[in-house]
Design a protein around this ligand. Structure first.
Ligand code: PHE
Length: 455
């Protein structure tokens, strides 16, 4: 290993950085639109169950594995896989690949949000008379390769700069600064949304379940999203976990991260659906919800430009604290395995991610006809990573912690910093049961049903 492993300044630093990773485009851009497409609160209920019985246990397993090994994913598997070592090292490689895929297209949407923030400041986002107008403006921008690649580049560079400064001076500092600002802006947008006339229709949509649209596919989407939104299943939390001190309570931290992430997704849903319904727009707009419908909503209210700027600033912060976590996972994996310096790796990895993202960036313009299964490159990346690679990664982490490591070591690591009262021992047992049996079996069943083996 080339440099001594850094650690977080404290527990709060870890919680904010990991919550920063978890809270991202998944919460503000994706959660509202997939909720809109999949039956509103019926979807939310399934999603919450997935978070509780699969997401949180696997999240804890991943953080635990990182703190236990004090290494990135590839080195961790190399060190502890006594049996089937090549297979497990390939799993480490799969995490790396998943990170590359997610980061490549994630930076594109992140770039849109930064571009939209500037568009809002110059007054371009508050003059639409319908969502059709707003959609046309959006399509014009995203099919312009210069616009899109410029913002994508800027976003990659911003993330690279933060990770360049390391764990404590880069990632933790930025998370401590940005997460509180994020929360205050989101809270003001929720209050604003609820105060609009007609917002009750949005509340109704979020509270009254419509079960008629629910199918196995819905469950797969909810499960995939639970992993995506918690940043579980590709080694990001493993790497963040490897920077935690042995005296910190990872059970508390893990639960806090999940609570913050879920609360923020629900708040974003509230802010968006109250305003979308109040202004009479369609909630099932798909990925364009935030970029087509909201600008039209902002156009139809007084001082819309200010809210629009705030909203896209919020989205950019959320995206930035997530992209840095993925980049850090890539960087840390290489740092563990080579003698290269952090600085060189950050520059190389950022350049690679930028280039890999270009096909996704062009998916809305010149390259929209290229793709697979009727999806463009961007959508293929999104579907593949969120619905297949992350649940698969989560299942493998659960199997590794539940079955490959010794039960004694795993529980010892869990209780370090957590404590050993009878209740805490019971929590440990329930957790291990969920990790060993419930999570892998459920994920597997959902996979089978998604590919049509079980009907
Ligand atoms: N959790 C992030 C979000 O909700 C996305 C992400 C996935 C980040 C996987 C890191 C790892 O947007």
């Amino acid at each position: 290993m080339s440099e001594q492993r850094e650690h977080w300044g404290g527990k709060l630093g870890f919680i904010l950085a990991a919550a920063g990773s978890a809270v991202g485009l998944g919460n503000i851009w994706k959660f509202p639109y997939i909720t809109g497409e999949n039956g509103g609160s019926a979807f939310i209920i399934i999603y919450l169950i997935c978070i509780l019985i699969v997401g949180v246990p696997v999240l804890l397993a991943e953080v635990l594995l990182g703190r236990y090994s004090q290494r990135g994913p590839i080195s961790t598997f190399k060190l502890y896989a006594k049996k089937h070592r090549p297979f497990w090292m390939a799993v480490g490689g799969l995490f790396f690949l998943t990170g590359l895929i997610i980061l490549s297209y994630y930076n594109v949407v992140a770039g849109w949000s930064m571009g939209y923030m500037v568009e809002s400041v110059i007054g371009n986002i508050s003059a639409f008379s319908s969502s059709g107008d707003a959609a046309q403006h959006f399509n014009q921008l995203v099919s312009n390769p210069l616009w899109i690649i410029f913002w994508q580049f800027l976003f990659v560079a911003a993330g690279g700069l933060i990770v360049y400064f390391g764990v404590k001076n880069g990632i933790e500092k930025i998370a401590r600064l940005l997460m509180p600002i994020f929360f205050i802006i989101l809270l003001s947008l929720v209050i604003w949304g609820i105060s609009l006339e007609g917002s009750e229709k949005g509340l109704n949509f979020l509270l009254k379940p419509d079960w008629s649209t629910v199918s196995y596919k819905t469950i797969l989407i909810a499960l995939g999203h639970a992993f995506f939104t918690l940043s579980v299943g590709m080694g990001v939390l493993l790497v963040y976990g490897s920077y935690i001190n042995k005296t910190d309570n990872i059970v508390f931290c893990g639960i806090m991260i999940a609570i913050l992430d879920t609360m923020i997704a629900l708040m974003a849903g509230l802010a968006i659906f109250t305003s979308v319904f109040a202004m009479g727009f369609n909630p099932a707009e798909g990925p364009g919800l935030v970029f087509h419908v909201l600008p039209a909503v902002f156009s139809s209210i007084p001082h819309g430009g200010i809210f629009s700027t705030l909203f896209f600033f919020l989205l950019s912060i959320a995206a930035l604290t997530s992209t840095i976590s993925i980049l850090e996972m890539l960087v840390s994996s290489i740092m563990d395995e080579t003698r290269l310096s952090r600085h060189h790796i950050v520059i190389g990895a950022s350049a690679l991610v930028f280039v890999l993202g270009i096909p996704s960036a062009l998916s809305f313009g010149g390259w929209s006809h290229i793709g697979l299964w009727n999806l463009n490159i961007f959508d293929v990346m999104d579907y593949l990573s969120a619905n297949i690679l992350l649940p698969l990664g989560g299942m493998l982490v659960a199997i590794f912690v539940g079955w490959y490591l010794s039960k004694k070591d795993v529980l010892y690591e869990l209780h370090q910093g957590f404590g050993l009262t009878t209740t805490k021992r019971n929590i440990g047992r329930v957790w291990l049961f969920l990790v060993k049996y419930v999570a892998p079996i459920l994920i597997f069943l959902v996979f089978l049903s998604a590919i049509g083996v079980i009907k």
